[in-house]
Design a protein around this ligand. Structure first.
Ligand code: PGA
Length: 258
């Protein structure tokens, strides 16, 4: 099995002004010195992106956007294109977060257009998949993530896999009202994600990193990174402070090394 880097990043969601993000990113790059095989990222709001890319300086920290539109430009009031993001020095775009799917009605077909446009523009993509609590109750979690992946990744060339990261985030585990998944919950779905990536990309699918997200914190992080199918963590609330980020990173690393 190939060794993929350890990835750890946070989605700041709709928190932090540009000034607050500048302070957070500045403090973070001073506070953490990741191992060479570790890759960190921060995904702030659109208005904080210039501050974040400036403050990370030459630190090995990817800065990501929380969404984008698929058209390169045009009459799409309120939307942001991939080119607008790359022009700011943004490395990555988050697509298909459960809050975008649930609150803003993004479909897998929309995501297929967004993923394709982002990769064509040279952005890395972090694509989120995950079943709702109801889908879980009916026992269709694996089918749900397989369907989400097959549609969102439809038509991509095998080379696209090197710019793709997947986050498995069960909807029922996300946010203050969520209950964390256990590693035992994650294992079968992660295996299905890997099998689906093999189906979509063939051998090149092995290049795609798979992260777990949903109520991750320093106490449970190691249990997820210890799983052979999991390459990292996508974290919300627990990583919104530098201390929380540092503690989660330490736990993630300890899980990996056993
Ligand atoms: P949480 O958020 O860690 O606060 O549950 C995770 C996410 O929404 O990606």
């Amino acid at each position: 099995m190939m060794t993929r880097p350890l990835l750890l990043g946070t989605n700041l969601k709709m928190t932090q002004t540009a000034r607050e993000t500048a302070a957070f990113v500045g403090d973070l790059v001073r506070a953490v010195s990741p191992e060479p095989d570790t890759r960190l990222f921060v995904i702030p709001s659109f208005t904080s992106l210039p501050a974040a890319t400036e403050r990370r300086g030459d630190a090995r920290l990817w800065i990501g956007a929380q969404n984008m539109f698929w058209a390169p430009e045009g009459a799409y009031t309120g939307e942001i294109s991939a080119k607008m993001l790359t022009a700011l020095g943004v490395d990555l775009v988050l697509l298909g977060h459960a809050e975008r799917r649930g609150l803003f009605h993004e479909t897998d077909q929309d995501l297929n257009k967004k993923v394709t446009a982002a990769l064509e523009a040279g952005l890395r993509v972090l694509l989120c998949v995950g079943e709702t609590g109801e889908e879980r109750q009916y026992g269709v979690g694996e089918e749900t993530v397989a369907r989400q992946l097959k549609i969102a990744l439809h038509g991509l060339a095998a080379e696209a896999s090197s710019m793709l990261q997947i986050a498995y985030e069960p909807v029922w585990s996300i946010g203050a009202g969520g209950s964390p998944a256990t590693p035992a919950d994650v294992t079968p779905i992660a295996a299905r994600v890997r099998a689906t990536l093999d189906g979509v990309f063939g051998e090149a699918g092995a290049a795609v990193s798979l992260l777990y997200g949903g109520s991750v914190d320093p106490n449970n992080a190691a249990g997820f990174t210890a799983l052979p199918e999991i390459d990292g963590l996508f974290v919300g609330r627990a990583c919104w402070t530098v201390d929380g980020f540092r503690a989660t990173l330490a736990a993630a690393q300890s899980g990996r090394t056993g």
